[in-house]
Design a protein around this ligand. Structure first.
Ligand code: KG4
Ligand code: ZN
Length: 392
């Protein structure tokens, strides 16, 4: 049985400065040897995008430009480091918004060039997976068993990867992804259509406890095309696939709203919330009637159960030893409870990042860069942003 303790972590300390700017968070962090978060600074652009009900790419780039220098400076100061005393600069190459990625990449290149430090390009999705590894090492848990099945569930992705490690090389096989909306996108769109602001996930998460999750029954998500059943289609490597689909549930919520004449109440709530400069959770809660709270709770229950059911089915089919659940939606409390209960029933250990490292951050980028640092797998100065970058 191979575990994390086997080899690579007996190397000299390396302090990596990570930079992340793929979406609506400008983040920088210093991580020691992929195992200790020394500093972690995240500047969220939520306030900028809130009035538009979603991320506006041009505004995201502009905000990254404003924030990147002070955010990096603070990450170094919090870590007690200088620009000169870090060992490498790591940056998110993709996937993400091209203009947003370019801000982080250009700054990281400039820093690496001026300081004569190695530059490391990191896949954002690999970062989410390494958020779990980083924190388990930090807790002293070196007994993780492979293969690992990782569910990366965020605003842009609902992807299942088999993760394998050989010495300092990691490889990933995608065995499932969403055919349409990502899970976080469904949370955000449903919250928006119910007049609950942006981003929807954290609000829905907290409203869940106030509604009846059994009030509204949503049919299980149906995959069109060849594989109606979730094991019908093979992955490129030959194993079964476990795809997701979340645009149907969003439409079902919309239909429920229409057939139950909820539109007026939603319009009033939207107006009331938009009049509050920085709405608090209590403002959302007091603006919701019972019917809305029940609908929200039922929606979340359906999402969480579908994510857990498919992921556990994939874990069985691929006979994995360990489960990771990571990405913004992994911050969801009910999702954690559901996965913990289901995985325990199967005797499968399941790990999540802490909630601050579930959503976008740069510590995960610096952690994912460490194995590349050890291998001297550095980026050329002319590498570019890859908006649709895949993880392999
Ligand atoms: O990983 P992340 O910060 O950015 C992307 O890479 O997309 O994920 C953001 C997504 C958003 O859709 C947000 O609504 C969702 O994660 N999210 C949550 C929670 N916190 C953030 N969804 C459900 N429950 C939460 N507590
Ligand atoms: Zn992310």
């Amino acid at each position: 049985m191979r575990t994390l303790a086997d080899n690579i972590w007996l190397m000299p300390d390396a302090y990596i400065l990570g930079i992340e700017s793929s979406c609506d968070e400008t983040a920088a962090a210093v991580v020691r040897s992929g195992e200790q978060v020394v500093s972690n600074v995240v500047f969220s652009q939520i306030v900028t995008h809130q009035p538009y009900g979603g991320v506006v790419p041009e505004l995201a780039s502009r905000e990254h430009l404003r924030a990147i220098v002070p955010v990096v400076r603070k990450a170094l100061a919090d870590a007690g480091k200088t620009y000169q005393s870090v060992d490498a600069v790591a940056v998110t190459q993709g996937p993400g918004l091209a203009g947003a990625l370019l801000v982080g990449i250009s700054y990281a290149k400039a820093l690496a060039f001026a300081l004569d430090k190695p530059l490391i390009a990191v896949n954002h999705l690999e970062g989410h997976i390494h958020a779990v590894l980083l924190e388990e090492r930090q807790k002293g848990n070196l007994d993780l068993r492979f293969p690992v099945l990782a569910l990366v569930v965020s605003g842009g992705h609902t992807h299942l990867y088999l993760a394998e490690r050989q010495d300092n090389s990691w490889s990933y096989q995608n065995i499932g992804h969403t055919r349409d909306d990502a899970a976080g996108e469904a949370f955000d769109k449903v919250a928006k259509l119910l007049g609950l602001g942006y981003p929807g996930g954290p609000i829905v998460d907290r409203l869940f406890a106030h509604g009846n999750p059994d009030a509204v029954k949503f049919p299980p998500s149906q995959l069109k095309n060849r594989d109606r059943n979730e094991r019908g289609m093979a992955s490129p490597e030959g194993g079964p696939r476990f795809d997701f689909s979340y645009s149907g549930i969003k439409t079902a919520v919309l239909r429920y709203v229409e057939t139950h004449n909820m539109q007026n109440a939603i319009a009033e709530r939207r107006k009331a919330i938009s009049a509050i400069p920085q709405p608090r959770f209590e403002d959302y809660l007091s603006g919701c009637d019972r019917q809305t709270l029940d609908l929200v709770a039922s929606f979340q229950r359906a999402m969480v159960q579908d994510l857990a059911r498919k992921t556990l089915a994939a874990a069985r089919a691929y006979n994995v030893e360990t489960l990771f659940v990571t990405g913004g939606v992994a911050a969801n409390q009910e999702l954690r409870r559901q996965f913990e209960a289901d995985a325990a029933r199967e005797g499968l250990p399941v790990y999540f990042p802490s909630r601050p490292l579930s959503t976008d951050n740069a510590a995960m980028i610096a952690a994912a860069a460490y194995p590349r640092f050890l291998k001297h797998n550095f980026a050329a100065m002319d590498f570019s942003a890859e908006a649709g970058m895949r993880l392999k």
